[in-house]
Design a protein around this ligand. Structure first.
Ligand SMILES: [Zn+2]
Length: 84
């Protein structure tokens, strides 16, 4: 089901790109370029099941350390690149 309204503030959701930020141990991993529905009012992001799945896979890879996270400053990673 496609989200339509924000469940927090009932604001309208619009399709867009966002960042998924996760803390792993003491590192912050920022996954960029994630498609989501973003609330106009409060900025809450709702990920589609497909994107959640990708993020899931990405996290598993990351935990197994078979993902090469370039030692860059922000630990940024493009979702599409990581899964490709
Ligand atoms: Zn909202």
């Amino acid at each position: 089901m496609k989200p339509d309204r924000c469940s927090f503030c009932k604001g309208k959701l619009a399709k867009g790109k966002t960042e998924f930020v996760v803390k792993v141990d003491d590192e912050i991993l920022v996954v960029t370029n994630v498609s989501a529905y973003i609330c106009n009012e409060c900025g809450e992001a709702y990920y589609s099941p497909k994107e959640s799945e990708k993020i899931d896979k990405l996290m598993k890879k990351f935990h197994k350390s078979d993902l090469l996270v370039h030692p860059l400053a922000a630990g940024e990673l493009s979702l599409s690149e990581a899964i490709a």
